[in-house]
Design a protein around this ligand. Structure first.
Ligand SMILES: Cc1cc2nc3c(=O)[nH]c(=O)nc-3n(C[C@H](O)[C@H](O)[C@H](O)COP(=O)(O)OP(=O)(O)OC[C@H]3O[C@@H](n4cnc5c(N)ncnc54)[C@H](O)[C@@H]3O)c2cc1C
Length: 388
């Protein structure tokens, strides 16, 4: 089904992304990212030069001003995923543009925006978002990392885990307790910077997928953070700030799920037309044809849904429950599509040299992070039943 969400500007930008991929996303680079468990800085800077990172940074700070328009970001996802960089560069760019920049662009003080956003637009400064802790993931009110007020700033103590880009990031938007109890106004977001005394973000976690993108544990041992690093400059706003940005994070996961499903369909169509069994291409068996028909139809429906959500987001009308629906529904369909793709590849579908195998491993986390799909269903159920 022809999508109607893009115009000539998006297609011109797609050509830029493709040219960037031709030059910078080579098989050697992808191998290097997998071996290193992270994307190198030169590539991130090149992404900045080509306008592939920094899309969500406002124009006055050197970005593309697309914070409320996800279409250009979706073009980046689609092309990077198709090029086999979904688990490396696409992840790194997504963390910067969808998770880190928005907190500073939406809620940062003028000084915070001026200090960080211009260099985030160029890829010189990389950001991350740290909410999850060893003892608290779905239930964020259970976080135990504290930021206690002291003269001129805060002393931060605690730990975070599973933080995407956590090792490579220069600045980390960190969810902390600045008050007592677990009321929403007991929490704040504060910027931790690489190099602060007592701040360790060097421990990398080993994952089943997303090999080319780092996921880290962070620890804070009496870290002094100056008060100018409190996002927005007012304590107690952290929960509200998270709630405002989480729909974007969930839309972005839905959009990546659609992009990966589309790529899986393309890889599977290609493979089944060239692999023979019993004297004919395996794609000619009725079972294969029906599976391909299922995949193609599901991909169309996913895009219709994601495109509609992108439109709502641009109008400022993508509610928490609508974003939760997009996140859980798209990632569940993605999982089915990738499983079909692996099956149609036979044994090669299990070999990580093949993009379908890697995509299968990468996609598993889409049902877990950004809020698990069970928690997404809870949010939706609350909205449809009106009961907690
Ligand atoms: C690769 C990766 C990258 C990540 N990146 C980041 C990041 O950049 N920043 C960040 O802050 N976090 C990140 N996370 C953390 C992720 O968001 C959490 O893992 C997720 O929110 C789940 O939290 P948890 O792991 O503590 O699981 P738990 O909350 O312990 O959940 C365990 C199980 O219980 C279920 N459950 C919990 N509560 C309910 C409920 N109310 N109803 C029904 N079922 C429930 C869950 O659905 C799940 O199945 C990342 C995780 C991974 C694996």
């Amino acid at each position: 089904m022809q999508r109607d969400i893009y115009d000539e500007d998006h297609e011109a930008f797609r050509a830029v992304v493709k040219e960037f991929i031709r030059r910078y996303v080579t098989p050697e680079k992808r191998k290097q990212w997998d071996d290193d468990g992270q994307v190198d800085r030169e590539t991130m800077l090149a992404a900045g030069e080509h306008g592939i990172i920094g899309l969500s940074v406002p124009e006055e700070f050197g970005g593309a001003g697309m914070l409320m328009d996800y279409r250009f970001r979706s073009v980046v996802n689609e092309e990077l995923v198709r090029a086999g960089a979904g688990s490396s560069l696409a992840g790194a760019v997504g963390i910067q543009d969808d998770l880190a920049v928005p907190y500073i662009a939406h809620f940062g003080t003028d000084a915070q925006q001026q200090k960080w956003l211009p260099r985030m637009a160029t890829g010189e400064i990389l950001g991350a978002l740290a909410m999850t802790e060893p003892g608290a993931g779905s239930d964020l009110r259970g976080v135990a990392t504290t930021a206690k007020k002291v003269d001129g700033g805060y002393r931060v103590n605690g730990a975070k885990t599973f933080i995407s880009s956590g090792r490579t990031a220069d600045i980390i938007v960190t969810f902390v307790k600045t008050g007592e109890g677990n009321r929403p106004d007991a929490f704040s977001l504060i910027l931790l910077e690489d190099g602060m005394e007592g701040f360790d973000h060097s421990k990398t976690l080993h994952k089943m997928g997303f090999q080319g993108h780092d996921t880290a544990e962070l620890s804070f041992a009496d870290v002094f953070v100056p008060e100018e690093n409190l996002i927005g400059g007012v304590e107690g706003q952290g929960f509200v700030q998270l709630m405002k940005n989480l729909p974007l994070e969930r839309l972005s996961i839905g959009a990546v799920a659609a992009a990966l499903s589309q790529a899986a369909l393309e890889w599977t169509l290609d493979y089944t037309s060239t692999r023979d069994a019993f004297g004919r291409p395996i794609g000619d068996f009725q079972n294969s044809r029906f599976r391909l028909a299922d995949m193609a139809t599901t991909v169309d429906v996913m895009w219709s849904y994601v495109d509609r959500a992108m439109r709502l987001y641009a109008q400022g009308e993508l509610s928490a429950d609508e974003a939760a629906k997009v996140k859980f529904w798209c990632t569940e369909r993605e999982w089915e599509i990738l499983d079909m793709g692996v099956q149609l590849h036979g044994g090669y579908g299990y070999i990580t040299e093949y993009p379908i195998a890697r995509a299968f491993l990468d996609a598993r986390v889409h049902r877990i992070y950004g809020g698990t799909n069970e928690v997404m269903r809870e949010i939706v159920a609350r909205a449809v039943t009106g009961r907690k």
